[in-house]
Design a protein around this ligand. Structure first.
Ligand code: BTN
Length: 330
C-alpha cells in the first residue's frame, strides 16, 4: 500500500464530513477495496476514523494537513529564499537533511513531515509524531564561518520560535536554557517545543547546521504518556487548534531574520532578547552537569556564546555550556 493513496484519502476526509467508500473510489478511479485498505493503513498511523454502514467514513478529529501554497502564503516574498519539501511519512527530518547536506543540498532547505517515525530529541530522547499531533521540521542553513563561530546558535533559534509564538498570541511562551520552549500550565511550567541542532563541517571552513524543531500541537493521551517530562501542547494552552501551515510559515520567516542577524552580529546581538524570554532568569536553579555533579545557584543569564552563568552561594560565577537544568523546589 502506497503512503500516497492513504494521504490522498485522508485529504478527502479532512473536511470532517462523511464520504462514502464508493465516492472516494470514484474520485481516484480505483476499487472500494483499495479505499478500505487505505483506511486500515491510516488507522495504523494512529488516525481515528468512524465507519458507518450506508454513510461511509469520517474523521473523528479533523486534521489540518501541511500544504505548500498555504505555507508560502504566510511567508509572502520570503518563501522564494527557501527550498521547501513536504513529506507524508519520514523517519527523521534531521536525519534526512543531514544526509542531503553532504551531497550539496541547497542552503535554506526545509523538510517537514506529517508523520515522523524515528524523530530524535536532545540527550538521546525520541521525538515521534503521529499525524496532526506535532509540527516536525528541519532547516538546513549554511554559514560562512566554521563550527567555532556558531556558539549560541541554538539559543538564537529559540529567540525566533518565541517571536513567532508571541506573534501568534501565545504570549506566555518562554525559553528554558538552552532552548526548550515552555509555558505555564497550572502551577507548573511544561515543555511543548524543542530544538535539536546538528552540525556538519570543520572548525574553520564553511559549516552547515541542520536545525530540527518539534512543536506539540495536539497530543493524544497515548503520546502524553510516552513523554518522560512535564509536557503540554498548543491545544491545551490556547484551547484552539492552530493551523500548522501558519505556524511553520511564521517560524521560517522569523528564522530567516534571526539567522541573518546571527550570521552578521553573532549571538551577542540577541543575548538581551534571549534573557528577556528566560523562564528561570534570576531564579535559583539546579544544573546537572553530566558527570553526576550538580550545581545550585542563581541563574544570571547567558554570555555572548550562549553559555549559562550560575552564581553560586560563594558569589563565584560558574559558566556552563551544556547541562540539564531543573528548577529547585523552594
Ligand atoms: C528536544 O529534545 O527538545 C529536541 C527535539 C527536536 C525534535 C525535532 S522534530 C524535527 C527534527 N527531526 C528530528 O529527528 N528531531 C527534530
Amino acid at each position: 500500500m502506497q503512503h500516497n493513496l492513504v494521504f490522498k484519502v485522508l485529504d478527502v476526509l479532512s473536511d470532517g464530513k462523511f464520504h462514502s467508500g464508493e465516492s472516494i473510489a470514484k474520485t481516484f478511479d480505483i476499487s472500494r477495496a483499495s479505499i478500505w485498505n487505505a483506511i486500515k493503513k491510516a488507522e495504523q498511523f494512529g488516525v481515528e476514523i468512524y465507519s458507518v454502514r450506508g454513510r461511509g467514513y469520517k474523521l473523528i478529529q479533523p486534521i489540518m494537513f501541511l500544504k505548500k501554497p498555504a505555507i508560502e502564503q504566510v511567508m509572502g516574498e520570503v518563501h522564494h529564499w527557501f527550498n521547501l519539501e513536504i513529506f507524508d511519512v519520514m523517519d527523521s527530518t534531521n536525519s534526512y537533511l543531514l544526509e542531503k547536506a553532504s551531497s550539496g543540498h541547497p542552503h535554506a532547505s526545509v523538510a517537514v513531515t506529517q508523520i515522523q517515525t524515528k524523530g530524535r530529541g536532545r540527550r538521546g530522547r525520541s521525538w515521534q509524531s503521529a499525524l496532526g499531533e506535532s509540527l516536525t521540521f528541519s532547516l538546513l542553513w549554511r554559514f560562512n564561518g566554521g563550527a567555532a563561530t556558531l556558539s549560541g546558535l541554538s539559543l538564537a533559534v529559540g529567540v525566533a520560535i518565541i517571536r513567532s509564538l508571541h506573534r501568534l498570541g501565545m504570549l506566555n511562551a518562554q525559553l528554558k536554557w538552552p532552548n526548550d520552549v515552555l509555558i505555564q500550565d497550572g502551577t507548573q511550567y511544561k515543555k511543548f517545543a524543542g530544538v535539536l541542532i546538528e552540525l556538519q563541517g570543520d572548525m574553520e571552513g564553511q559549516s552547515t547546521a541542520v536545525i530540527g524543531i518539534g512543536i506539540n500541537l495536539k497530543l493524544s493521551k497515548k503520546s502524553f504518556n510516552q513523554i518522560d517530562q512535564p509536557a503540554t501542547d498548543i491545544k491545551s494552552i490556547s484551547k484552539e487548534d492552530i493551523d500548522p501551515n501558519l505556524l511553520l510559515g511564521q517560524i521560517l520567516k522569523d528564522l530567516a531574520d534571526v539567522l541573518g542577524q546571527f550570521n552578521t552580529y553573532k549571538f551577542a546581538s540577541l543575548k538581551e532578547e534571549w534573557m528577556s524570554y528566560h523562564v528561570y532568569q534570576h531564579q535559583i536553579v539546579t544544573l546537572s552537569v553530566g558527570d553526576g555533579r550538580s550545581v545550585t545557584g542563581l541563574a544570571q543569564g547567558v554570555n555572548d556564546d550562549g553559555a549559562l552563568l550560575v552564581e553560586k552561594p560563594s558569589h563565584e560565577i560558574e559558566i556552563f555550556s551544556s547541562g540539564e537544568i531543573t528548577l529547585r523546589k523552594a
